[in-house]
Design a protein around this ligand. Structure first.
Ligand code: CA
Length: 319
């Protein structure tokens, strides 16, 4: 399969990038950037540097939307600065690169890849859904023709993580998410319903990634440092240090659908009042036979972690 990642490179996006770079099942054709954890220009810089440290600087990077679907400026939430650091990647300095983003924009790139690869193409979006919404808005037929659009975001059966209603990627641009989920385009949704099941204690996580640190490569060092930062700053229930591997699970769902379980429904996003950003059933399509969203609710966690950690290991051994 051919893959596009749409990211807001934060730490778990960086892990998702390494996972996609290392995966033999997927050919990463390009990365489009949106906002969310950080502003879009920071996401672009982080993505270029992550690819560079992985020896994958030949993969093109495209800047996406820098305003929300409603046309507003985006300001990252305070919680993102705590979880991902001021620079989005745990305040860790990555080796600089002279490479820049490509000249074209993210949405046009998605459209050209959809034209070229059709059902062979999967788009994995792990940021605000703004680029995706614009892609569907401008090129609905091309969007309907790709093999899979898999998004990390939302919380249907569990509370949100920014507040009790909203998950971070949805709350970064609720109007975009609403547009995507109501568009009729089929979406595979990897929300907190399942990513909270891949939550790991800081100690377990450090143990899992020990081979990365021992790899002796620059990428191994940097990725270990990022995970260490991530586990130290994401605080789970009862105040324990934990890390949720949100974004890599969306890559896994696209590559290994046998690892996940889902139910199908029609969703919308609430955009008003205190529940702004809540993903919930679309009452107007309750009786529709066709369901457009697969809400992932379970995963074979051990198999996923094995594949994820081993595949990233391959990526960090490339140089
Ligand atoms: Ca992300």
């Amino acid at each position: 399969m051919k893959m596009i990642l749409d990211v807001d490179t934060g730490i778990d996006d960086a892990l998702a990038i390494a996972y996609a770079v290392g995966a033999e099942e997927a050919e990463l054709k390009g990365i489009t950037c949106c906002f969310g954890n950080v502003r879009v220009e920071t996401a672009v810089r982080n993505t270029l540097q992550i690819l560079h440290v992985l020896g994958a600087g030949d993969i093109p990077v495209y800047a996406g939307e820098n305003t929300t679907f409603a046309g507003k400026d985006f300001i990252p939430a305070e919680v993102c600065k705590r979880v991902h650091g001021l620079n989005g990647i745990g305040d860790i300095e990555l080796p600089g690169t002279t490479k820049n983003a490509e000249k074209g924009d993210a949405v046009t790139f998605m459209a050209s890849m959809a034209d070229q690869y059709g059902k062979e193409l999967v788009i994995v979006a792990t940021a605000a859904m703004t680029n995706l919404a614009r892609f569907i808005e401008r090129y609905p037929e091309k969007a309907a023709g790709v093999g899979c659009i898999c998004v990390m975001g939302g919380a249907v059966t569990v509370p949100g993580n920014v507040n009790r209603y909203a998950e971070a990627n949805i709350l970064a641009d609720p109007e975009a998410a609403k547009y995507v989920l109501e568009s009729g385009i089929h979406i595979l949704m990897i929300g907190l319903d399942v990513t909270l099941k891949t939550m790991m204690s800081a100690e377990a996580m450090e143990e899992w990634i020990r081979p990365w640190r021992e790899a002796g490569t620059k990428a191994g060092d940097k990725f270990s440092e990022m995970v260490h930062y991530y586990c130290s700053h994401e605080v789970g229930k009862e105040g324990k240090r934990e890390g949720a591997i949100h974004d890599p699970l969306a890559v896994a769902a696209a590559i290994h659908p046998e690892l996940i379980e889902f139910f199908e429904t029609n969703l919308t996003v609430e955009t008003d009042g205190e529940s702004r950003g809540r993903t919930t059933g679309d009452l107007s399509r309750l009786k529709c036979r066709e369901k457009t969203v697969k809400v992932c609710v379970d995963a074979r966690v051990e198999s996923f972690l094995n594949d994820f950690v081993g595949t990233v290991q391959k990526a960090i051994h490339r140089i």
